[in-house]
Design a protein around this ligand. Structure first.
Ligand SMILES: NC(=O)c1ccc[n+]([C@@H]2O[C@H](COP(=O)([O-])OP(=O)(O)OC[C@H]3O[C@@H](n4cnc5c(N)ncnc54)[C@H](OP(=O)(O)O)[C@@H]3O)[C@@H](O)[C@H]2O)c1
Length: 504
């Protein structure tokens, strides 16, 4: 800190205590200790707001504004003379410096210079500044006490003040760390999962940044958070609460479908969440009953109307209709039109087998950005993964933790109980679900786990704090049984699976 000035000698000193208290600088040292904390608070809040500010203002503008504020604050500090009350004189410029630092941090992180996300930066700078201010306050108090009294009772008082500040920091740190975890999307709730209590940092994971869900770049340049939140089988009356919980946890990608019957509630949850629409990657699917050029154009209107949005981030065909591939192609051509018109940012397919992809690509122009298919350790579909990769299509895993192996009767046992997966989970202090999600992310797939249970919603999002080895990835690959959990794609017909999708 630069504000300490040598105090004038005291004129009258009936006792050391009253001499100290009469000295405005000595008293203000106490206040200064308190005045530093507004800086922490302002810095923290501004840094947390930077991602939103940045959406409206360019990074360099924020950077310059931040630096100007910080310099103005420091200049003001330098102008404080001996008689200025530190409570006012320090708190205000400190707040300016804090705002400046907060604003300046965002562009630095967005530019990649600092490899943490802005929300994390806010929490981190809050912690760092707490220490910084503790040091400043402590030093200021001690210097003033020493120069005023040259020891004795008030020096002891200053030391006590320092001890109190140390105690305050010890109390502040855990809550700051809690905010940091929340910024990463971890609930902070004790007992949700072993891994959610893990704080061990991992430097980088295959190009992913550590403290935020990595974005995957689709073949048309659009970015999509790799980890999304699915709502298949989420009843409409539970959907608003569940999606709101997911968004509060940090998910920024939601996967729904016209056939799930809960698009309206997904839209309601997004509006209620307070998360800006632009921050959320919204994906939905056209059901086979709406296949055909005009019908699929109208299917967009129905879905967008229910979701309450103008534009979708990703619209995909829910299934191929092998027996009516002409309708499938017409539906996809409608998606191409919606893409060209800017109604959707990306288009794709779901449950398309390699031969379906070949037929589609022969008849249409735009290569699907995504193929959403059943992929979990017991059903890996390596031929589909290879075909997707060969065409530049991103594979998105449905039932990514093998839900279909345990919520439906079938030939499978539950992936959650698999001894290999549980062994790997134990080695990483993680859960089976987290290991499976990590497996998808490290192999470059998108995954969209579903849960209506808050602790699981948080658990499934907390997957960046550990890394699977190549041997572990291979061991999970080797669990493939080749047994499909979902319906056979070739068996999908309008007669067996057709159903009316209501108007918006
Ligand atoms: N394109 C398609 O044809 C298709 C088909 C199926 C699914 N999908 C999409 O993929 C998403 C996910 O697939 P999915 O729902 O089939 O399966 P999933 O996400 O692999 O598993 C969901 C099931 O696992 C439970 N669960 C979630 N997290 C858990 C955890 N950490 N520990 C223990 N259990 C957990 C859930 O229960 P609770 O909810 O009770 O917590 C639910 O029963 C769907 O929501 C949908 O968006 C697409």
């Amino acid at each position: 800190m630069t504000t300490t000035r040598t105090p004038a000698p005291s004129s009258a000193a009936p006792s050391r205590t009253s001499q100290y208290l009469q000295d405005v600088r000595g008293f203000s040292a106490l206040l200064a200790g308190v005045a530093y904390f507004p800086m922490t608070a302002v810095n923290f809040v501004v840094a947390l707001a930077v991602p939103r500010l940045q959406r409206r203002t360019s990074g360099p503008v924020l950077l310059v504004a931040g630096l100007v504020l910080a310099v103005a604050g420091m200049a003001w500090l330098g102008l404080i003379d001996d008689g200025t009350s530190y409570a006012v004189g320090v708190a205000l410029p400190m707040a300016l410096i804090g705002a400046g630092q907060g604003l300046a941090f965002g562009p630095l992180t967005a530019s990649g210079i600092a490899r943490v996300d802005a929300a994390d930066a806010g929490a981190a700078s809050g912690v760092v500044n707490t220490f910084h201010q503790l040091g400043g306050a402590l030093g200021l108090s001690l210097v003033l006490a020493v120069t005023t009294t040259f020891g004795g009772a008030m020096l002891a008082g200053s030391v006590l003040l320092g001890a109190a500040l140390v105690a305050a920091v010890v109390l502040v740190l855990p809550s700051a760390a809690g905010v940091r975890r929340q910024a990463r999307g971890v609930s902070g709730e004790r007992g949700t999962s072993r891994a959610s209590r893990r704080t061990r940092p991992v430097p980088t994971v295959r190009g992913m940044t550590v403290n935020q869900i990595p974005a995957l770049t689709l073949n048309n340049g659009v970015e999509m958070p790799a980890l999304g939140y699915g709502v298949f089988q989420t009843p409409p009356d539970e959907t608003v609460t569940a999606v709101e919980a997911a968004l509060a946890t940090g998910y920024r990608h939601v996967d729904t479908a016209a056939a799930y019957g809960n698009e309206r509630e997904v839209g309601e949850a997004i509006r209620r969440s307070g998360v800006p629409r632009d921050d959320i990657f919204l994906e939905t699917k056209v059901w086979i009953s709406d296949f055909g050029y005009d019908a699929t154009l109208h299917a967009f209107d129905k879905s967008a109307g229910k979701l309450g949005v103008e534009q979708l981030d990703l619209l995909i065909l829910h299934q191929a209709l092998p027996s009516r591939f002409d309708l499938t192609v017409d539906a996809y051509r409608a998606l191409e039109k919606l893409l060209a018109d800017g109604k959707v940012r990306a288009i794709g397919v779901s449950n398309f087998m390699p031969e379906h992809l070949d037929r589609l690509l022969d008849a249409t122009t735009v290569v699907p950005a995504v193929n959403q298919v059943e992929v979990h350790p017991y059903f890996r579909q390596p031929d589909v993964l290879a075909a997707d990769a060969a065409h530049g299509i991103l594979t998105q895993a449905w039932s990514p933790i093998g839900g279909i192996t345990f919520y439906r009767d079938g030939e499978h046992t539950s992936t959650l109980q698999d001894p290999t997966i549980l062994g790997i989970a134990a080695a990483h202090d993680a859960t089976a679900a987290q290991v499976m999600l990590r497996w998808h992310l490290q192999q470059g797939r998108s995954a969209i786990p579903k849960s209506v249970t808050p602790s699981r919603i948080a658990e499934n999002f907390d997957v960046l704090g550990f890394e699977l080895s190549d041997a572990e990835l291979a061991a999970i690959d080797a669990l493939d049984t080749g047994v499909r959990g979902g319906p056979e794609p070739e068996a999908i017909t309008l007669e067996t699976f057709g159903r009316d999708i209501p108007e918006a």
